[in-house]
Design a protein around this ligand. Sequence first.
Ligand SMILES: [Zn+2]
Length: 342
Amino acid sequence: MKRRGFLAVSGAAICVPLLGAVRMEPQLRVLLGTGDARPLSGGGFAFDGLAYRGSFERLSDGSIVNVITLEEYLYSVVPREMSPSWPEQALQVQAICARTYVLRRVDPRRPYDIVPSDMAQVYEGVRAESPPGRAAVDATSGTILRYGGEYAQVAFSSCCGGHTESASDAWGGAPIGYLSGVVCPYCTASPQYYWSRDIALAEIIRALGLQQETIGETYGVSIPSFDQSGRARDFMLDRGSNEAPTVARGEDLRRLLGPKLLPSLLITKCSLDASQDAWTANVHLEGRGNGHGVGLCQWGARGAALVDGSVEGITNFYFPGTSIDRWTSVSSRPTTTNFQLR
Ligand SMILES: [Zn+2]
């Protein structure tokens, strides 16, 4: 039960309307996987060597689901998604984004709401918690990003390399105004702001599922088209005048190679080492940033916070037109009724 009229964020008082005398804390169901779970004497439970807050339920297929309050879930998520040594404003922005992200995914019709991996949000129970992470969650308790009456579609990644990505360019679909990409001057301190890789041509061809003969036939690589943020739309293997070039979607190539080999699609240089036989040649890539680049640039939030960016200033910069508000229900449509998840 909470009663709150004002939320202090980064020293600024943000007016938040009271939505009712009684507010129940939202509960999440996090799928942990199969294995043994046992209650701990001090509260919570243990699963697969880790301690978790809340309680657990076993699904019919044997999987363990952690039933936990939204805020306690975030205690573990925020320090795993962003270093707890970073400025408190950046951590608070991360907390608001993480809260918004998961609330959009709560669906009482499913046996669980979210998985604890980097496919969604990393969650490792109590072990991941830290005092700065808990402080960021507490300072922003119950707040989310809203756009046009709905929870904003929130995305975040490590470093945008100088320009965040449009959601529609990255994933298709209709353009989303507050996810259309902005020039970001704040993330240059990231160790992945500049990167270079030499990837065996054979590895790229294997990742793309092409026939091995393609290696010997390839004598050039290039990026034929870029989107408005400068990210590679496509990746082309030039196979000479008698063969049609092979074109792969940039996003597919990044997914297939993995983020360690191809940190981002903001590629500034792409060449095939012509001095070597194609079977042993490397593709040289240079680029900027780490991650898909859509929405919040986490290194950018850090950089902005270090130059006195407020929490609201940072969210407005990366999600222009959104506002910080309180959650009202797990539905993306706002209501003034009390929260009833199940
Ligand atoms: Zn950035």
